[in-house]
Design a protein around this ligand. Sequence first.
Ligand code: AMP
Length: 271
Amino acid sequence: MQIINSAKDLDKFLQQSKEINFVPTMGNLHAGHLSLVSEANKYNGITLVSIFVNPLQFAPNEDLDIYPRTEKKDLIKLENANCDAVFFPEPNFAEGAKKLYANSELSKKLCGISRPHFFHGIISILNHFFQLIKPKNVFFGFKDYQQFLIVKDFLDKSKLDTEIHGVPIVREPDGLAMSSRNNLLNPDQRLIASELSVILKNTAQQIHTRNLEYLKVEAIKKLEELDFDVDYFSFCNSNTLEEIDEFEPNTLLAVAVNLGGVRLIDNFLIK
Ligand code: AMP
């Protein structure tokens, strides 16, 4: 596996490479990230993973400084996952990124309400990566469903010949969606966190028999009783993220909560 530590070396590497299948990450890798790598490996060409904690997507009061960084372990996991190359950009990489704005309709909903800077920071850094790498395929997890839609919208409107692929959410055995932030939970919080997906799943199961407002109120009540601070709990259209009050096929149930200061997101697509 090739390890690339600068944009200059990446450029050299790309000159000798075939089609690139690109998996952007912020590191602290887990089986969710590795499922993107294994999906990328199914396509012809080189699987390239980037590891970069993107400062542009964090506001000053957010958790950039404590975001878990585990580079040595990440490299071992990627080697075992048959990744071809890893790109660790220089710390000042983001300074070269042109400031872009994500789709205004999609980015102001769900996570965009409490994190208005977030998706613009993501699109700005991804565009910087994409312009350097010109990937044939890129891979994103449905765990960050809104991010997937926003990147898809960006690529659809760009001149890049890049195809986006969405990969299902990988969960812990107790149902908690895998996330680097799960490592910031203490053991008691980790136990409580497992209830999040249980409540979402129960809610999803009742969708044909109860009205959505009732389900939402009940679910928020349960979450708050468990000490989750609910940022949003939404039934929405899975293409536009527009709130809905009656079930429609492919309803997205999306939630963001804070537990002891740790932000967790999850979603279920209800066919
Ligand atoms: P991150 O390192 O959190 O920026 O995530 C990098 C990529 O991995 C994004 O496309 C995420 O959606 C994806 N990802 C993170 N967690 C999971 C998961 N539990 N299942 C599937 N994909 C995931």
